[in-house]
Design a binder for this molecule. Structure first.
Ligand SMILES: Nc1ncnc2c1ncn2[C@@H]1O[C@H](COP(=O)(O)OP(=O)(O)OP(=O)(O)O)[C@@H](O)[C@H]1O
Ligand SMILES: [Mg+2]
Length: 374
């Protein structure tokens, strides 16, 4: 067997490679000395706890633990060498989220130093990943179905429209021609609807580096001019966000579809309010791919919430809770975000609906990142 040094490609520093490796993990890792002081933490820990490596190095991990006495007991057990690994549910104090119960595993490294590694996993992290995978599979299946259906509807429409035109030209009376006009108008309406469903798979994307705040500001103005100033639209921007590479026309469409839904839901509500919030996420998995940085745009409103009966299906085509809606806005938004390698998510209850658009950031490096819940 070769030594651990042989494991690394020549020229690579083992410590550097090890650090990069643990930084790639989605599990939060904390490396502690025998007194519980943090010696090292990976990027997933930074994201979870809301502090940078520099801020936390040398501080006691106990500041994040709710039951400090229990933690001491477990830690003492370690030092006494009675156990090498222990897994439990422990309550942690997380910046911007309060107390959060995390699946916590303490592993004693052993040796003279008596160091310890803590692994922290969100209880629903596994569920979240499988939900995202399921969502991506459903979206892909929907897309294929819609594309086929769209073409099946569109092809005969051209024939119907043409035949109605020819018939209209042959008819002697204007009153009879009105009927052919109705056929032409309805065929055009159906074609426009199908075009909306097929968009954007049928449209070429034009990706350029874009300042996301220029797009959100543009959409904010459009919504104010469409719905009037009755709804307060507040912004909470992280100005350090680098440019995102995207098709700006399509991302404007996504923002517009989500904000328009929010503004519609807030009609006739007391103190209607929409908040557009931008933040950075680190080491995030989007559609089965891991990214060091991602842009998060959250659009929050204090409306009645998505009707319970359609809540789990809002991204499906033709699902609408309003009498004059087509149920396409969110399907299109999801398709565009997926075409950008991103993910769109939604939580809703009476008084709070939030859509979060996650887009991978491949155009910039940040030393430390803010969080959506801060
Ligand atoms: N912020 C929100 N608050 C409450 N309900 C919402 C919100 N956003 C979406 N919805 C619900 O989700 C449904 C689907 O939205 P979607 O944008 O896909 O279609 P639509 O608005 O009905 O029609 P259109 O295709 O014209 O946008 C809406 O009809 C509405 O019932
Ligand atoms: Mg809509």
């Amino acid at each position: 067997m070769g030594s651990s040094q042989d494991f690394f490609f020549s020229g690579e520093q083992p410590a550097r490679v090890a650090e990069d490796l643990v930084d790639c993990l989605s599990t939060a890792l904390l490396y502690l000395d025998s007194k519980g002081k943090i010696l090292f933490l990976n990027s997933a820990s930074e994201t979870l706890l809301g502090y940078s490596k520099t801020q936390l190095a040398g501080t006691s991990v106990k500041r994040f633990v709710v039951d400090k006495a229990l933690f001491d007991d477990i830690f003492f057990e370690f030092k006494a060498g009675q156990s090498s690994s222990k897994r439990m549910q422990l309550c942690w104090i997380i910046l911007g989220r309060g107390t959060v119960e995390l699946d916590t595993t303490l592993t004693h490294i052993g040796g003279e130093m008596s160091h310890c590694v803590i692994e922290l996993v969100e209880r629903n992290q596994g569920l979240q990943i499988s939900r995202e995978e399921w969502q991506a599979d459903m979206a892909a299946a929907n897309q294929a179905l819609l594309r086929n259906l769209g073409h099946e509807v569109k092809n005969p429409l051209g024939g119907i429209r043409g035949a109605a035109q020819l018939l209209g030209a042959e008819l002697p009376e204007t009153s009879l021609r009105e009927y052919t006009q109705v056929i032409i108008k309805e065929a055009d309406r159906l074609k426009a609807l199908v075009d909306r469903i097929l968009f954007p798979t049928e449209t070429k994307t034009l990706k350029t580096p874009v300042n996301i705040h220029e797009l959100t500001d543009r959409v904010k103005k459009l919504i104010v001019s469409e719905f009037g100033g009755g709804t307060a639209i507040k912004v909470d921007y992280d100005v350090s966000i680098p440019e995102v590479i995207c098709d700006s026309t399509q991302i404007v469409q996504v923002l517009l579809n989500i904000l328009r839904n929010a503004a519609q839901a807030l009609k006739n509500r007391k103190n209607p309010q929409i908040i557009i919030k931008t933040r950075i996420a680190r080491q995030i998995t989007l559609r089965r791919k891991r990214y060091p940085l991602a842009l998060q745009v959250a659009i929050k409103d204090n409306g009645p919430g998505i009707p319970e009966d359609i809540k789990s299906q809002v991204f499906y085509p033709l699902v609408s809770g309003t009498c004059n809606g087509h149920g396409i806005g969110l399907t299109v938004a999801q398709k565009i975000v997926h075409a950008h390698g991103g993910l769109i998510d939604c939580v809703s209850r009476p008084g709070l609906t939030q859509f979060v658009i996650n887009l991978p950031l491949t155009n910039g490096k940040l030393k430390y990142a803010s969080r959506l819940d801060s």
